[in-house]
Design a protein around this ligand. Structure first.
Ligand SMILES: [Zn+2]
Length: 117
C-alpha cells in the first residue's frame, strides 16, 4: 500500500528527473572546462591544478548524488519509495519534497547522525 498519492509521486519523480538532468549537465560542463585548459604559465598551471581538484571533488559528490537519484527513481518504479529503510514507517510527502532522495524517516535519520558522531 503506497501512502503517497499518484500525483505526489509524479511530482517527486519530476523533481528527481530535473535534478538528475541538471547534475549531468553540470558534470559535462565541468569536464569540458577541465579538458580545454592549455595555459603554460607557472601560476596559471597551479591555479588550474587547484581548479581541477575542486572540480574532481565536485564531480565525485555529483556522482554519488546521481547514484542516489537513480536508486530513488528505481524505488519509485518498484513502489517502495517513501518508506523508511530502517523502520518501515511512511515518510511524509513534505519531507520528500524537501529532500527527494531521503531514504530514512526523520527519527531514523537523527539516530543515524548520532551514531556517526
Ligand atoms: Zn525510520
Amino acid at each position: 500500500m503506497q501512502h503517497l498519492k499518484p500525483q505526489e509521486i509524479e511530482e517527486l519523480k519530476r523533481i528527481l528527473l530535473e535534478w538528475r538532468d541538471r547534475l549531468i549537465q553540470e558534470t559535462r560542463e565541468n569536464v569540458g572546462e577541465n579538458l580545454s585548459f592549455s595555459g603554460s604559465d607557472e601560476i596559471e598551471r597551479a591555479e588550474a591544478e587547484t581548479e581541477r581538484i575542486l572540480t574532481l571533488r565536485t564531480l565525485d559528490r555529483d556522482r554519488k548524488l546521481l547514484k542516489k537519484i537513480e536508486y530513488t527513481l528505481q524505488k519509485i518504479e518498484y513502489g517502495t519509495y517513501g518508506i523508511c529503510e530502517s523502520c518501515g514507517v511512511e515518510i511524509p510527502f513534505k519531507r520528500l519534497v524537501a529532500r527527494p532522495v531521503a531514504s530514512l524517516c526523520i527519527e531514523c535519520k537523527e539516530k543515524q547522525e548520532e551514531d556517526e558522531e
